[in-house]
Design a protein around this ligand. Structure first.
Ligand code: URP
Ligand code: ZN
Ligand code: ZN
Length: 485
């Protein structure tokens, strides 16, 4: 019998964000060609009996080979980061092309493309970090780059080197509305943070645990609120990154109740770790330093509730890896203060196994919600039209999970270059055993099966999610916009 399909994934239990059913999946070339029972033979047959067949994960917030907020380069290359992502069941990443002050945005984007083309083993898009919203950036580069498929911008409301002030934030929101791009925001009140940092250091409170105190909880809720009010006035959809507090989630809930179009995410670190992790001897707590900082067990509960209510639609890694040496977390060795220690932790590979264990194995919100927040919603929000679900015609980006495999996470299991995992020692149930990207077997038998540089850039326009809400805000705001935009 001649083979109809290039690959058939046979006998598994398939899950999407809306359905769970037993079926074979037939792949031709890069796409899913058929879903059904007893499909004809494939040139490659993958036995998925007893396994879950899920859309590959989309990690829509990760820092790769990037010049970061403190001027350091992340520990990973596109090669190491995307290999690590693939081992964890992720098939698409959206990292950043990071402009710093004085840089021409179009050159920055071209440079990051070169790095990704050389290294990526899975598909990728870019968010463009705007740190220098000059007329050239706003009027020339952003519109031109959105046209060529870079339809999301990222801005920081804090970090000395990257932050935009309120007027610059409004400029970016206005230009995004015109170009139809999503605006992603790190929302924390800069003045409150820097004032507190100075006082903590002056009083000799330099250990990593003071990082949590330096980012007061109010800094998040205040900035999210300010951001939402400005975005609603401009009528520009936004994505609020890494929500960490119950108060932040409450502001988002209230705004959604007013009909304001906004999206928000949290990250595994805010669901599975707490500020107690920072409180270790010496500077060891640096491993758990990220911004916003880790919070309380009560915040974890509030964030899970916000996921259940779809106030938070995605859970991304915010992978920001630094090695535990002088080039990474410890510029002054054991004397490094929390102010000097780079913010961020690795998480590309552990994101899905952590969430799978909590949501599927332990049953918190279940398999469909797992697929929704890790694949389907990121695809919708960032308009990755061929990704994020299992359906005929979609890219064959598939992760096959063994729901019974028990794993104890260890530093040495991770494929990124941070050299540690903040989750080491955790016992998890469920692991991706085979991972396909556009029909190519990327991971099988614990080994990488593709060459570096075989991932593809995903050009995308802003789509439905980036479209202004038009009319959801009040008439006065529409009149105001007719005057100022
Ligand atoms: O601590 C973090 N999250 N570092 C990465 C940069 C950012 O804030 O997104
Ligand atoms: Zn951030
Ligand atoms: Zn980040």
């Amino acid at each position: 019998m001649s083979e109809v399909y290039d690959t058939v994934i046979r006998g598994g239990r398939v899950a999407t964000a809306s359905d769970v059913f037993d079926a074979d999946i037939g792949i031709v070339g890069e796409s899913i060609a058929a879903i059904g029972k007893r499909l004809a033979a494939g040139k490659r047959e993958v036995d998925a009996r007893g396994k879950l067949v899920l859309p590959g994960g989309i990690d829509s917030h990760c820092h790769i080979e990037q010049l970061s907020a403190n001027g350091k380069l992340n520990a990973d290359t596109f090669e190491s980061a995307t290999i690590s992502a693939a081992f964890g069941g992720t098939t698409t990443v959206i990292p950043f092309a990071a402009q710093h002050r004085g840089m021409r945005l179009r050159e920055v984007v071209a440079d990051y493309h070169k790095l990704a083309e050389r290294g990526a083993v899975i598909d990728y898009a870019f968010h463009m970090i705007i740190a220098n919203p000059t007329p050239e950036t706003l009027e020339e580069d952003i519109p031109a780059l959105v046209e060529t498929g870079h339809s999301s911008l990222k801005i920081f409301m804090t970090y000395d080197r990257l932050k935009v002030d309120d007027e610059e934030l409004l400029d970016v929101l206005a230009v995004a509305r015109k170009s139809r791009a999503m605006v992603c925001v790190h929302a924390e009140n800069h003045g409150l943070i820097s004032w507190t940092v100075k006082r903590l250091l002056a009083r000799g409170h330099t250990a990593p645990k003071f990082h949590a105190a330096s980012h007061a909880r109010a800094a998040e809720a205040e900035a999210i609120n300010r951001l939402i009010e400005m975005a609603a006035l401009i009528d520009q959809p936004i994505m609020i990154y890494h929500v960490s507090t119950a108060e932040g989630a409450a502001v988002i809930r209230a705004a959604r109740g007013r009909g304001i179009k906004l999206f928000a995410e949290t990250c595994p670190q805010y669901l599975f770790l707490t500020e107690d992790d920072l409180d270790r001897p010496g500077v060891e707590g640096a491993k758990w330093m990220c911004s916003p900082p880790l919070r309380l067990a009560s915040d974890q509960e509030a964030l899970w509730r916000a996921i259940a209510l779809s106030d938070l639609q995605t859970v991304s890694s915010d992978h920001a890896p630094y090695r535990l040496d002088a080039d990474g977390k410890y510029p002054s060795g054991d004397a490094s203060t929390f102010k000097e220690i780079a913010n961020g932790m690795p998480g590309l590979e552990a994101r899905l196994p952590l969430l799978f264990d909590a949501m599927v194995s332990q049953g918190r919100l279940g398999l469909r919600k797992f697929v929704e927040i890790t694949a389907t919603m990121p695809a919708h929000i960032y308009n990755l039209a061929r990704k994020g679900s299992i359906a005929v015609g979609m890219d064959a980006d598939i992760a096959i999970w063994d729901p019974d495999r028990a794993i104890t996470l260890e530093d040495r299991m991770m494929h990124d270059r941070a050299g540690y995992s903040p989750y080491a020692g955790r016992k998890l149930r469920g692991w991706p055993t085979q991972v396909l990207s556009r029909g190519r077997m990327v991971i099988e038998g614990g080994a990488l099966k593709v060459d570096k540089g075989t991932g593809k850039f995903l050009a995308r326009d802003g789509g439905e999610a980036a479209k202004p809400a038009q009319g959801a805000t009040n008439d006065r705001a529409a009149t105001w916009r007719s005057y100022v935009l």
